[in-house]
Write a new protein. Structure first.
Length: 158
C-alpha cells in the first residue's frame, strides 16, 4: 500500500478493496488511517466477509451487483450485505445494461436514498459504432451501444 500511495498522498482519496483477499482487512484499516475512503468491490466476498470489511472501516460498495458474487438466498454475499446495511454507500451503474431498471427500483426501495450513488461505467469511445475499439489497453468490442471485453461472453461477466 505504501508503494502505491507514496508520492500521491494528496491525490489518492478512494480505493476499492475485495475484503476476502489475504491481508485486505489490514489494507482497509491502513487506508482509513491515511484518510483514504474504502469501498468494497471486484469481490467474491461472502456476507460475513463483507461485514468484516465494514468493521475494518469500509464505507461503501463499488458497482453494486457487478464484478461480485451474485446474490443468493443462502449466501447473499457482498451485494446482500450492502443492500441491508443502512450505513454503507452503494454505487450503481444506472445505464440499463449493468443492472435492469427493476433492480435499480429495488435498491431505491431498500436503501436510504442518501446512501445511493449513481455512476457511469463509460470509457473513451462510448460513441464508437461497432467492431473492435482501437487504442484500448485491452481489446473490446461494441455491439448494441455496449462495450465489452473482447472474447468474453456476456454470461461470463458478473
Amino acid at each position: 500500500l505504501k508503494k502505491l500511495v507514496t508520492g500521491f498522498e494528496d491525490v489518492v482519496r478512494m480505493m476499492t478493496v475485495a475484503p476476502e483477499m489475504k491481508g485486505a482487512l489490514r489494507v482497509i484499516e491502513r487506508c482509513v488511517s491515511m484518510g483514504i475512503r474504502v469501498n468494497m468491490g471486484h469481490s467474491d466476498a461472502t456476507y460475513s466477509q463483507a461485514r468484516d470489511g465494514k468493521l475494518a472501516g469500509a464505507t461503501g460498495v463499488t458497482h453494486l451487483f457487478n464484478a461480485m458474487r451474485p446474490f443468493h438466498h443462502r449466501e447473499p454475499g457482498l451485494a446482500g450485505f450492502a443492500l441491508f446495511d443502512k450505513d454503507l454507500y452503494v454505487e450503481l451503474i444506472a445505464d440499463g445494461v449493468h443492472a435492469r431498471p427493476e433492480v435499480l427500483r429495488m435498491v431505491f426501495d431498500i436503501k436510504p436514498h442518501n446512501r445511493i450513488i449513481l455512476v457511469s461505467d463509460s470509457i473513451k469511445g462510448p460513441q464508437h459504432k461497432g467492431g473492435v475499439l482501437q487504442g484500448a489497453k485491452a481489446p473490446v468490442t461494441v455491439a448494441r451501444d455496449v462495450l465489452r471485453k473482447a472474447g468474453v461472453p456476456r454470461a461470463a461477466i458478473r
